[in-house]
Design a protein. Structure first.
Length: 365
């Protein structure tokens, strides 16, 4: 079996799937990628048993067939060769030879029938969505996912379709991020799936172009079909919390402030906050905001800001990192910080876009 392919095309394919391929694996086959040739179309598959990525390109081949190769080594070889060069892959028993002009490499292979593949997805709902819209949903919420929480369903991103809305939700129990986008077609019943952290990271990396993509929501898997790449991930089995109950309803105290100014003031105050708990105090008065921070070394920081505020006087503490994360996801020049009282969660919203909400629980200082 002989395959002729441009180094640039093979490199692009490998870069699309290599994120799930690790050198050191409990199963040796998972350090390999599966190369399959059918009718002069090459597909390269990488998997870590949780996320599967398939990338495709055109090749010239004498016959159809498949084999596996060490993923990272193959990538390193392609990177080391000139991108304009041509590659010839030839199968010889348990070895694959790779040659390009005066360079020649011989890589060991493992049986392709040992390579684990995700089969078809059942009970699917198909959604068509713009790439930038889906990327925005993930960018505005992913940072609120829990990390290694015993409540395993929090270690992922909730993707929910309902009516004409596609929604992403993430929470770690201390903060909550919700972002919506409109769909062209009305969906049926509400569908919820929880995408694990590894899947979120890989999907975020793949969403880098314009145009529509197809998202398939199944009972155990999610699949996203790009032009030349197919992303499939297992789902977290569990029930996501009823997040709507956490979002404050009609808070009366609305503070309006310049997004960058608030971010800068919080960042400066954070320098002298407790390194472990990251607590800061907000004192909100009529058209005035005071941000205070202190640490166990008795060092203090204070920032004063002019704001647009006409509500009750409130003094409340928050984790400063959570506030800065929320502001980094805000696109508008100004931001609304909605407060209820000294002990309730605050709601942060984009002044121009009500489809993004961020809730932060207060902390005692």
């Amino acid at each position: 079996m002989k395959i002729e392919v441009k180094t640039e095309d093979l490199l692009k394919c490998l870069q699309s799937v290599i994120g799930v391929v690790e050198r050191k694996q409990t199963m040796p086959i998972l350090a390999n990628v599966l190369l399959n040739v059918t009718d002069e179309k090459l597909s390269i598959t990488g998997t870590d048993l949780e996320v599967e990525l398939i990338s495709r390109t055109s090749v010239s081949s004498t016959e159809n067939g498949s084999f596996t190769l060490p993923g990272r080594k193959l990538l390193d070889i392609c990177r080391a060769l000139p991108v304009t060069s041509d590659l010839l892959l030839q199968q010889d028993d348990s070895k694959i030879s790779i040659s390009s002009k005066r360079s020649k490499f011989s890589l060991s292979t493992l049986p392709e029938n040992e390579f684990p593949l995700i089969k078809g997805i059942d009970d699917t709902e198909v959604i068509s969505v713009d790439q930038p819209s889906l990327k925005s949903l993930i960018n505005k919420t992913h940072f609120s996912m829990a990390q290694q929480d015993v409540r395993y369903y929090l270690n992922g991103l909730l993707i929910e379709s309902e009516g004409t809305t596609l929604r992403a939700v993430a929470t770690d129990g201390h903060r909550l991020a919700v972002s919506d986008t409109d769909l062209a077609e009305t969906r049926g019943e509400k569908k919820q799936v929880i995408l694990p952290r590894k899947g979120v990271i890989e999907l975020q990396r793949l969403l880098d172009k314009k145009g529509k993509i197809e998202v398939l929501l199944g009972s155990n898997h999610i699949r996203v079909n790009f032009e030349d790449v197919c992303f499939t991930s297992k789902l977290i089995d569990g029930n996501f919390p009823e997040y709507q109950r956490v979002i404050p309803v009609n808070p009366e105290n609305i503070l309006k402030v310049n997004t960058d100014s608030l971010k800068g003031a919080l960042s400066r105050a954070a320098i002298l906050s407790n390194e472990k708990y990251r607590g800061i105090r907000l004192i909100v008065q009529k058209d005035d905001l005071i941000i205070q921070a202190h640490n166990p070394e008795q060092e203090q920081a204070e920032e004063k800001m002019d704001v647009n505020y006409d509500g009750s006087e409130i003094e409340i503490g928050f984790n400063v990192n959570y506030l800065i994360d929320a502001l980094n996801a805000i696109d508008s020049e100004d931001v609304h910080v909605l407060l209820t009282d000294n002990n309730s969660s605050c709601l942060i919203q984009d002044t121009n876009n009500s489809s993004y909400k961020f809730v932060v629980m207060p902390m005692r200082l």
